[in-house]
Design a protein around this ligand. Sequence first.
Ligand code: ATP
Ligand code: MG
Length: 176
Amino acid sequence: MKMALTGTPGTGKTAAGAELATRGYTVESFDELAADCVVDFDRERNCKVVDVDAVDRRFRKRHDQVIVEGHLSHLLSVDFAVILRCHPDVLRERLKAKGWPEAKIRENVAAEALDVITVQAVERHGEERVAEVDTTHLSAQQTAEEIVKIAQRGFLSGGAGWVDWSDWVMDHAGQI
Ligand SMILES: Nc1ncnc2c1ncn2[C@@H]1O[C@H](COP(=O)(O)OP(=O)(O)OP(=O)(O)O)[C@@H](O)[C@H]1O
Ligand SMILES: [Mg+2]
């Protein structure tokens, strides 16, 4: 079973992945898998541009049990994707604490509010292969426990239901 642990930056993928590793799961970061597939640098966004298809061509040949964590991991040929979610106001605080510039915070808070990664993951894998975990009120350990529960259920029909930030979106419509 190959699983993507994905979500908007700041939702806690790396922190939850580290917890899962202590529980015996093999966790690899998408960035490591993609290290030799960087094709460009996006100056505006200050990030590397990766040839995801090239990463996936190699990933598809693997048949081991692995969790890949990273906000592009759901674009790989995984059997299942778990998406970490976080209330936009709390996500803003987490990204601020990481020292991110305001423009990047806004971009990512909006992406979270509008379910961008969930839409991509469902498009790529289908609803029945995607689960969401709302981490807003969870520690990284509790988040990892939720992921383990989903795995133990055999990854069938998702996690704790779909996350919905539409009330927040209605209140902040002018700022997105
Ligand atoms: N469940 C949680 N509850 C509260 N804070 C958390 C939780 N998980 C992570 N954090 C904190 O939020 C910040 C972002 O976490 P982390 O770096 O794991 O996110 P990420 O999803 O891997 O982000 P990126 O996509 O930028 O790598 C960190 O400061 C981390 O300590
Ligand atoms: Mg990370």
